[in-house]
Design a protein around this ligand. Structure first.
Ligand code: MRU
Length: 361
């Protein structure tokens, strides 16, 4: 669905069988232009992931599985060769964006398909990897609707909420996670105003979240990131709602840089700090957030604004893309299965336990 009719759900990526390629909205071009890209090769999808053309934790997972398909679909050799090609491609995709665990789950899905169908024809394995990518996309979409439903219950009438980065349909498909909750609460008439952090340095809030809220006709105000704690201290915010890129076994959350300071401000003001994420964002192999690898991006994203240098030539920058919010500061984590209030290791294990363990890192 490339046409954007008001009130229809946008698919930020999908497989086009006729064109035999992945179609993706170019998230770098928003909100100025709606550009749909045709991604036909492994190199093109690597470029799209690295440049944040495709971004957001759940979408990165799906893109990773599509990447493996694009990397193998012209392969002509035998099955063993295919499996070793998949291993090599996985190494390359893994190096693109290390923080969101979803990307690694997407890669593991492709690897498992390959390993489990070793007695089949190459074309069958390739098609199964493509099917797995499409199924993953559909699953993440459905999870976002369930997250939105569970999360909206937490929101009282006439609420002002604050969100950071973009955890909406552009990042997930479906309705999004943090933004999905806001959208669902808005539909129920509970939202007065949404404050949107612009989210330096790449402005996912200003460019993408504000665009999505405009698209749905939800009243919002864009703020500079450093205004957030001030607004919270004034009592102008009732809930902070954010997404997650990776959640450790104890509940520590990696999300876009600036999330931690929001959690501090929310706790000081005693308002709920809510994290919305599918179970595919949990990484049970990690004891706590200190084990999460934080992506460091090019310093020019900080030193320049839209290509124009804003700092002295001699100045260097440090550009971590994510930070860690300790679990003690989190009021609730909302997943597709429900709400974990005051999360901790035991509650998380219990919440996840009835889920298919293969879907959890
Ligand atoms: O660098 P990005 O734009 O990929 O970062 C995205 C975020 O930090 C989102 O909040 C997170 O991935 C959750 S998306 C549902």
């Amino acid at each position: 669905m490339t046409n954007l009719n008001k009130n229809t759900m946008l698919n930020p990526i999908y497989w086009d069988c006729d064109k035999d390629c992945l179609i993706a909205i170019d998230q770098r071009a928003l909100p100025d232009k709606i550009v749909w890209l045709e991604i036909k090769t492994f190199d093109e999808i690597i470029e799209a992931i690295t440049t944040l053309t495709i971004r957001g934790a759940p979408l990165l997972g799906v893109a990773a599985t599509f990447a493996i398909y694009l990397g193998v679909r012209d392969y002509q050799g035998d099955c063993m060769g295919l499996c070793s090609l998949v291993e090599k491609l996985i190494v390359q995709v893994s190096a693109t964006r290390p923080t969101a665990v979803n990307l690694f789950i997407g890669l593991r899905r492709a690897q498992e398909v390959c390993n489990s169908l070793q007695d089949k024809d190459i074309e069958v394995i390739e098609q199964a990897i493509l099917d797995s990518a499409e199924n993953f996309l559909m699953e993440e979409r459905q999870r976002s609707f369930d997250i939105a439903k569970h999360g909206a219950v937490l929101i009282s009438d006439d609420s002002n909420v604050l969100t950071h980065c973009n955890a909406g349909m552009l990042a997930v498909g479906g309705i999004g996670t943090a933004l999905g909750i806001i959208y669902e609460a808005h539909k129920q008439g509970k939202i007065n105003l949404v404050y949107v952090d612009e989210t330096r340095p790449l402005l996912q809030g200003a460019r993408l979240t504000a665009w999505e809220l405009s698209y749905w006709g939800i009243k919002h105000r864009l703020i500079v990131d450093s205004a957030a704690s001030y607004l919270i201290s004034l009592g102008k915010v009732d809930y902070v709602i954010v997404g997650a890129d990776r959640i450790a076994r104890n509940g520590d959350v990696a999300n876009k840089i600036g999330t931690y300071s929001l959690s501090l401000a929310a706790n000081r003001a005693q308002i709920p700090f809510i994290v919305a994420a599918p179970l595919s964002s949990f990484d049970l192999s990690l004891i706590d957030g200190s084990d999460i690898e934080i992506e460091e991006r090019d310093e020019n994203e900080v030193l320049k604004f839209r290509g124009i240098r804003t700092a002295p030539e001699s100045t260097k920058a440090f550009n971590p893309a994510f930070d860690i919010t300790p679990v003690e500061l989190i009021y609730a984590i909302v997943t597709e299965k429900g709400v974990i209030f005051q999360p901790n290791k035991l509650k998380i294990a219990d919440h996840i336990s009835t889920k298919d363990p293969d879907e959890i890192a």
